[in-house]
Design a protein around this ligand. Structure first.
Ligand SMILES: NC(=O)c1ccc[n+]([C@@H]2O[C@H](COP(=O)([O-])OP(=O)(O)OC[C@H]3O[C@@H](n4cnc5c(N)ncnc54)[C@H](OP(=O)(O)O)[C@@H]3O)[C@@H](O)[C@H]2O)c1
Length: 219
């Protein structure tokens, strides 16, 4: 199975590439022109493009079986980022999937998506644009899974962390290492039970250990 990963140069994106590689998937990293990919991940195919280049996006997605979307507006003074990347950028990727016949799509979104009164919205109403992006994906054409993590952390020492998986709009705070978000994306690809589900995730030493496939049965 060949997976396309957009935003593969991001802090969650590169970890998704690493986790997908460990599981033996063929990988296509789709990034923008000036994105930086680490030396170790250069062995996987890399395509550089702008998401508004329809033809190039179609050519890059053609021949892959699934897409994991890990793009997201980077924090900046440009408050149009969330609208351009988290809504329009997702829309463009999904339209391309339809043109080339990809149905399986995993989207990395966020806890609290859709909430208006939230401090994160000071950055270009990001939680509103993310909800619009999610809604583009929640379309009967797709076999979709939306992963909504809490605040993302860089920790790599995570053996003591267990994940709390829950359904839409059930968690409002908490955090999770990006490594565990990446693993969750790959678990979702492997488990058909995750199709058409929004899965909220945070982690803690306090949570009970539970396997992904078991946890998502009740979501
Ligand atoms: N930060 C948090 O605490 C938090 C919490 C919950 C959810 N999230 C969401 O989780 C996802 C991953 O977050 P992260 O912090 O790991 O990501 P990140 O490191 O900021 O990476 C973002 C990725 O998106 C790409 N990107 C940005 N603008 C783009 C554009 N206009 N066209 C194409 N690609 C573009 C970046 O490319 P370049 O490398 O070229 O910049 C990069 O690959 C995001 O959707 C984020 O909103 C974040």
């Amino acid at each position: 199975m060949k997976i396309a990963i957009t935003g593969a140069s991001g802090k969650t994106g590169f970890r998704i590439v690493e986790e997908a590689s460990k599981e033996g998937y063929k990988i296509k990293q789709i990034v923008r022109k000036n994105s930086v990919i680490s030396k170790e991940l250069e062995k996987h195919e890399i395509i550089k493009l702008s998401l508004d280049n329809k033809q190039k996006l179609d050519d890059s997605l053609r021949g892959t079986d699934a897409l994991i979307i890990a793009t997201g507006a980077r924090a900046s003074l440009d408050l149009t980022g969330p609208a351009r990347v988290d809504a329009l950028g997702v829309y463009r990727q999904l339209e391309s999937c339809k043109r080339v016949g990809i149905k399986r799509v995993i989207l990395v979104s966020s806890l609290c998506t859709g909430k208006l009164l939230h401090p994160l919205n000071l950055f270009g109403l990001i939680l509103i644009w993310k909800k619009i992006g999610e809604n583009f994906l929640r379309n009967p054409y797709f076999e979709w899974t939306i992963i909504r993590p809490g605040g993302l952390k860089e920790d790599e020492i995570i053996d003591d962390q267990n994940v709390l998986y829950s359904k839409i709009d059930s968690q409002t705070k908490g955090s999770i290492p990006r490594r565990l978000v990446a693993r969750c994306c790959i678990e979702a690809i492997k488990n058909k039970e995750s199709i058409n589900k929004i899965i909220e995730i945070t982690s803690s030493t306090e949570y009970k250990k539970v396997a992904f496939e078991k946890a998502i049965q009740s979501i």
